[in-house]
Ligand binder design. Structure first.
Ligand code: IPE
Ligand code: IPE
Ligand code: MG
Length: 229
């Protein structure tokens, strides 16, 4: 990787697990399993090269419409991921936050999420946001309703300050694996000026080298934020 600027906050749409499995004549669930195993190496590498915050899209508010068997498997894998996270929390300095609606999640999943968030709440080295049952539109609606409920003014800044990922700042870079060129309801408000990086690589194959490529690409971008530079 060249010596270019490193994005502080990176969002990743981890797409392509199903197609990765189907290409191998396997069930989609197999792709989700291998995809979930891939999360750790990418997270570790991102933090190693100096990314401060990561927001990973694990399950969208629209993904409930998939077959029950697939949804159940995804929930099981997520629970396992959080359990593994707990066993490492003290040495990794990472603060974990799950962003998205809680009401639809099972009690045992909520329990392990609460444990992760509570045990890691004093960590400040890195922020790891897992978007689970997340939708960007739903997030904005929830924030606006919260502000109204508290009798506060709804402004560009008051919404920003109350977004689920506020502690991480706005994403500098959003990566989507799996060859689709869309956001699929991910970080719509905070992504207004994010640099976008799309790759055909399917999520289970997205490794350290692929992440370096995305970060290199970011380093070459000119961010203007509407100004003339
Ligand atoms: C991403 O992979 C994981 C989730 C959306 C939960 P997909 O399951 O969407 O894989 P493809 O896009 O069908 O290949
Ligand atoms: C986006 O992928 C959601 C996640 C990666 C978790 P999808 O596979 O659900 O997106 P669409 O349906 O192709 O837009
Ligand atoms: Mg997909």
């Amino acid at each position: 990787m060249s010596d270019l600027k490193i994005p502080s906050h990176v969002g990743i749409i981890m797409d392509g697990n199903g197609r990765w499995a189907e290409k191998r004549g396997k069930k989609r669930s197999y792709g989700h399993r291998v995809g979930s195993e891939n999360v750790e190496r990418v997270v570790e590498h991102a933090f190693k090269v100096g990314v401060k915050s990561l927001t990973l899209y694990a399950f969208s508010s629209e993904n409930w419409a998939r077959p029950k068997e697939e949804v159940d498997e995804l929930m099981r894998l997520l629970k396992n991921y959080f359990k593994k996270f707990i066993s490492k929390v003290l040495k990794n300095g990472v603060r974990l936050k799950v962003v998205g609606g809680r009401a639809e999640l099972s009690d045992d999943l909520i329990k392990v999420i609460d444990e992760c968030e509570d045990m890691s709440k004093d960590n400040t080295e890195h922020y790891l946001n897992i978007a689970l049952n997340y939708g960007g539109r739903q997030e904005v609606v929830a924030v606006v309703n919260k502000l109204i409920g508290e009798g506060k003014a709804v402004t560009v800044d008051s919404i920003s300050e109350n977004l689920y990922t506020a502690a991480s700042g706005e994403p500098d870079l959003i990566i989507r694996t799996g060859g689709e060129y869309r956001l699929s309801n991910f970080l719509l408000y905070q992504g207004a000026y994010s640099e976008l990086y799309f790759t055909d690589v399917l999520w289970p194959d997205f490794d350290e080298i692929e992440l370096d490529k995305a970060i290199d690409s970011f380093g070459k971008r000119k961010r203007r934020f509407g100004k003339v530079l």
